[in-house]
Design a protein around this ligand. Sequence first.
Ligand code: ATP
Length: 147
Amino acid sequence: VVYQVYNNFSLIHPDFKFSLEDDIHKSTIISMYRNHLEQVLIILSDNAFKYSQERKEIHFAMSRTSREVQIAVQDFGEGISQEDANHVFDRFYRVDKARSREKGGNGLGLSIAQKLIEGYGGSISLESSLGHGSIFRITLPITNTDK
Ligand code: ATP
């Protein structure tokens, strides 16, 4: 995936590099400020790490359809119940108030991530199983004309 870079903002995390295995799709372009995508990935990675105890492991996966790129960020941590999953993208929502307080944070990260992604015509969703981990999936529209 090639970013359409509109500015000269320096990379926050130079370690993030994205590529799809499939050479055919080398020209896949997402039009998004690079630092915005990084911000979203940092929020998701930070959470994945923060809310995992024994198995602190993060899996990233990318795929695409003819219209969109999908990025999945998976952890194997405490997971989120279905009821809480309906609210985690709300501003200031935190699942376990006491425990979350120990870990810092304001319940803002995911709402910011959602606003950013939706601002580019994409979406962010959550699949989670309490006690087993979570997968956050981002989709972003492909903007090349030759998709
Ligand atoms: P911050 O404002 O620093 O991001 P935060 O982590 O509390 O703080 P959000 O990122 O919006 O805020 O997350 C909201 C809540 O959703 C968290 O408090 C946590 O309870 C839950 N949560 C988010 N990501 C995960 C995850 N990967 N696994 C389990 N729970 C999560």
